[in-house]
Unconditional design. Structure first.
Length: 640
């Protein structure tokens, strides 16, 4: 749309709004909004169908209702949306939500419309007719939530629309607020312009929301948005329903296939570093008859949209994707996230695993990593605006994958929090690969460790782990022969272990302090402890068990049909029938199945087996609007 066309449209919309004062009067607006003017608890139950708030939601909501600027850091799936949606339904005016992705806007608006809440979005996906209608509805003052991109919000056209006489802006919510900080992992310059709205909407409360923000990022968000005496609310970063599993990548595709066999019929995302790996994993799984699709920037816009929609609408169970996929995907029943390659930062990793288990039910995050991943990430540093920052973020990720303690404890420490659960005390409780297996027994690896450390010395501590392992295995590589390392005493003396086992031994020797690794070139050297152990021929006992697999409680729990016991045949029948009906209804309404209701609601209904509408309202996620729309159909399924 060009500037002249838009101005003509805007003038016409505002003229209509002014002319039809009887239709769009402040009295009508007040009357329309009064049906929501209840307590937060009443709105939570009657509109959204939830019995209680999640941690910190009520505090954030109250700050917004009190008109206090607020920065809230909450994990993905922690219920950030309700923190602005509930105040929007209680306050008189409209809430503007700044969101970075069209998919997120569409998903949020679809869910709100299903609840009977007047919500719209303005972005490039609208046709001319839809655009005119949306602008008219906004200028009428009867819209409760308006979703905009940061680029759209900062245009004079949109500001003029929001300044219409009948429009009152009570709250401006900035979602994915870490994008405003240059210290964040996903900085976007357009977010910096949001602060210019403070002068025009000085009486409007600003709410910033993000799932990933270290202390320095939090401080930068407050500064960039010019928040005055803001409430800073940082939630617990722990996602207890997500099992954290990290494995050395050996035969990556085989590891993925084995994992998928344990998670049959479940919805999941597989992240890859590059388009090449994405297509490779996708083709392998497709040939093995998995219900899978792919997503990356090499596909056309139409293909990406179709593949994403197929995943969201449950037409495919698994999507293999690059980092271009995921932000704004609100699908609550993703049961697993696999990283085929190591992410470049803990923030990125945390955000991506947070796309699993958003409904609060069991989920699993599997990360496969190798030294090659680190080299690939570093290769991209040459194009980075801030290589020092990029290296700092990468070091945090390396520390996480190479930790020798509870993954959850390590992850929370990164974000400045403490995990109160003691390591190895949560076996068969969702935690991580370390804790599910319990502490490793010490085993004698004296001979193998001596071979490895001796080889490091023989090459004058000038090479990395992969090169050392090649020498021990007697590799015929040209590089080894050119360096004359096929003639040293340690050449070919390590064939009793496989390559991946030597890699595990290398990791363990580093964790136990026998060898070190330079940051710049990743070459190995012996520490004082290592030199002493080698020269004194000390026994070297290591907590190492090659190839030991984590026991994931999420996988076993899923096979137990979540909350339905094996003896409850009627409950299992209700789940099956509800799932089929939900799919049919979603296709009819052209929305994702979870818009009708999520898995958690479905299983709660099957357990409770309500036979009246009043009993149905007691089920998780069933509010008055959904009971009115779908109640009779649900009761019919139960009563069959």
């Amino acid at each position: 749309m060009d500037e002249i066309s838009y101005n003509i449209l805007l003038e016409k919309v505002l003229e209509i709004s002014s002319r039809n004062s009887l239709l769009f009067s402040r009295a009508d607006i007040m009357e329309s909004s009064m049906k929501y003017r209840k307590s937060p608890e009443e709105v939570l139950k009657n509109i959204f169908g939830y019995d209680k708030f999640r941690p910190l939601q009520k505090e954030i909501i109250q700050n917004v209702l009190d008109g206090r600027d607020t920065l809230a850091v909450m994990p993905t799936g922690g219920g950030k949306s309700l923190c602005y949606q509930i105040p929007a339904l209680i306050m008189e005016g409209m809430t503007v939500v700044v969101s970075p992705l069209i998919a997120l806007m569409q998903d949020q608006v679809a869910q709100l419309e299903a609840l009977g809440i007047p919500a719209v979005y303005i972005n490039s996906s609208l046709s001319w007719e839809e655009y005119v209608d949306t602008c008219t509805r906004v200028s009428s003052g009867k819209i409760k939530l308006l979703y905009l991109s940061p680029e759209g919000l900062n245009t004079q056209k949109i500001i003029s629309l929001l300044s219409s006489e009948a429009v009152k802006i009570d709250c401006i919510t900035i979602d994915e607020a870490h994008c405003i900080s240059e210290w964040g992992h996903d900085f976007r310059p357009d977010y910096l312009e949001i602060k210019n709205l403070r002068s025009q909407f000085s009486q409007t409360v600003f709410l910033a929301l993000t799932a990933t923000a270290t202390r320095s990022v939090q401080q930068d968000i407050v500064k960039q948005l010019k928040m005055q005496d803001p409430a800073l609310i940082v939630s617990d970063f722990n996602r207890p329903n997500i099992f954290l599993n990290v494995q050395r990548k050996q035969k990556g595709i085989n590891q993925i296939m084995e994992f998928l066999q344990e998670h049959k019929g479940q919805s999941g995302i597989i992240y890859c570093f590059s388009r090449k790996n994405t297509d490779m994993v996708y083709q392998e799984l497709k040939e093995l008859k998995f219900n899978v699709t792919n997503y990356h920037a090499g596909l056309s816009d139409e293909e990406r949209f179709r593949h994403q929609n197929d995943f969201i609408h449950d037409k495919v169970q698994i999507i293999v994707a690059t980092l271009a996929f995921g932000m704004g995907i609100n699908k609550p029943d993703v049961r697993f996230v696999i990283h085929y390659d190591m992410p470049k930062s803990v923030e990125q990793y945390y955000q991506e695993i947070g796309r699993a288990g958003r409904d609060g039910m069991e989920a699993e995050a599997l990360l496969l990593y190798s030294p090659g991943d680190i080299n690939k990430i570093r290769f991209l540093f040459q194009d980075s605006e801030d290589p020092v920052k990029a290296e700092k973020l990468l070091q945090g990720m390396i520390s996480y994958v190479e930790t020798n303690q509870c993954r959850r404890k390590s992850l929370l420490q990164y974000f400045g929090q403490t995990y109160n659960g003691s390591p190895f005390s949560t076996i068969m409780q969702n935690c991580c690969d370390f804790c599910s297996n319990g502490p490793l027994a010490l085993r004698d690896f004296t001979t193998e460790a001596q071979k490895f450390m001796s080889c490091i010395l023989r090459v004058r501590e000038g090479f990395g782990a992969a090169y050392i392992i090649d020498i021990l295995l007697g590799s015929k590589s040209e590089r080894i022969s050119e360096n004359g390392h096929d003639l040293i005493s340690t050449y070919g003396i390590g064939r009793e272990l496989k390559k991946n086992e030597w890699q595990e031994l290398n990791d363990c020797l580093q964790r136990e302090g026998y060898i070190g690794r330079t940051k710049e070139y990743r070459t190995l050297y012996l520490t004082h402890k290592g030199r002493q152990a080698l020269s004194a021929r000390e026994n070297i006992l290591l907590p190492l068990d090659f190839g030991r697999k984590a026991i994931s409680t999420s996988a076993t729990t899923q096979k137990a049909s979540h909350f339905i016991s094996g003896d409850d045949k009627e409950g299992q029948r209700i789940v099956s029938d509800l799932r089929k009906w939900r799919t049919s209804m979603a296709e009819e309404l052209k929305v994702p199945p979870y818009i009708i209701f999520g898995d958690k609601t479905m299983y709660d209904i099957a357990v409770r087996k309500p036979h009246t509408l009043s009993r149905l309202l007691e089920c998780h996620g069933i509010g008055e609007s959904k009971a009115e729309k779908f109640g009779n159909a649900i009761l019919e399924i139960i009563n069959r």
